[in-house]
Design a protein around this ligand. Structure first.
Ligand code: BT5
Length: 247
């Protein structure tokens, strides 16, 4: 494993450690990985659950140009990279739900949390990716029993956390270079091969409230456009969408 991987047994959150390493000068592409997080987090103050040693918990340090520091693509690429790394190891129909869910048959397998900070040497983005790998049925906490799954549960076999880490990192950096070179059309095409949000009736939970509509487009900034019931198109930048299948 290359030296750009920094390993810990237990941390608060790999995103915290990655931010600290970035402050101390860690290069773009450095990854922090841990076997356990005492305060693993999701977006909007939510928790990220992972039993000891059975999930991939990684944070990638990036130093994006200012124009891309808050681009939703930093997160969307995380989902693409996680999905592709999983698909490289098994023939699974893994899908992306905007903006950060990697799912199989509607159950969440992985999530992405991007945090951006101004530091002395410029903007640092930390892209945290968690993948449920070696969980057995007993590892699923009750509150996730209906909504989450793991690679072991889906494939009945062992997965190497190190191989998965290397592949997620590799894939991420390939797509990140595409983003840096401004080839957004290529990224959008890539997203759409894995997407399960576009064209679906959705329930949007955003800062402007909760409302129903149909997901219609992903724009060049990675924002989701949703047509509301009155036929108007609204841009969703921050928020959650649940896909409602009962239409
Ligand atoms: C996410 O948030 O999906 C982002 C997850 C990012 C985790 C990585 S692990 C490495 C790095 N270090 C961190 O501290 N975080 C990152 P969000 O979309 O807000 O989803 C969170 C919600 O998913 C929770 O409220 C639960 O309902 C559910 N959840 C929690 N843990 C889960 C798991 N392991 N698998 C599936 N669902 C989970």
């Amino acid at each position: 494993m290359p030296s750009e991987v920094i390993r810990y047994a237990e941390v608060t959150s790999t995103n915290d450690l990655a931010r600290d390493h970035a402050r101390r000068g860690a290069a773009e592409g450095t990854v922090v990985v841990a076997r356990y997080q005492t305060s693993g987090r999701g977006r909007l103050g939510r928790d990220w659950y992972a039993p000891y040693g059975k999930s991939l918990l990684m944070s990638l340090i990036l130093r994006p140009p200012a124009a891309l520091a808050h681009s939703a693509w930093l997160t969307l690429i995380g989902g693409i990279a996680a999905a592709e790394a999983i698909k490289a190891g098994a023939d699974l129909d893994v899908r992306l739900k905007w903006p950060n869910d990697v799912r199989h048959a509607g159950r969440k397998l992985a999530g992405v949390l991007t945090e951006t900070q101004r530091q002395d040497e410029g903007t640092v983005a930390v892209v945290g990716i968690g993948i449920n790998v070696d969980w057995s049925a007993d590892d699923l906490p009750e509150e996730l029993a209906e909504t989450a799954t793991s690679l072991r549960l889906l494939t009945q076999r062992d997965w190497s956390l190190d191989e998965l880490l290397a592949e997620v990192r590799r894939q991420y950096l390939v797509h990140y270079r595409t983003l840096l070179s401004g080839e957004i059309a290529a990224l959008r095409r890539h997203w759409s091969t894995l997407d399960e949000t576009l064209g679906k009736p959705v329930l949007v939970d955003a800062p402007d409230g909760t409302w129903r509509g149909k997901a219609v487009n992903l724009d060049e900034h990675g924002a989701l456009w949703v047509e509301d019931v009155a036929g108007g198109q609204r841009r969703v930048v921050v928020g959650d969408v649940s896909i409602s299948f009962e239409e």
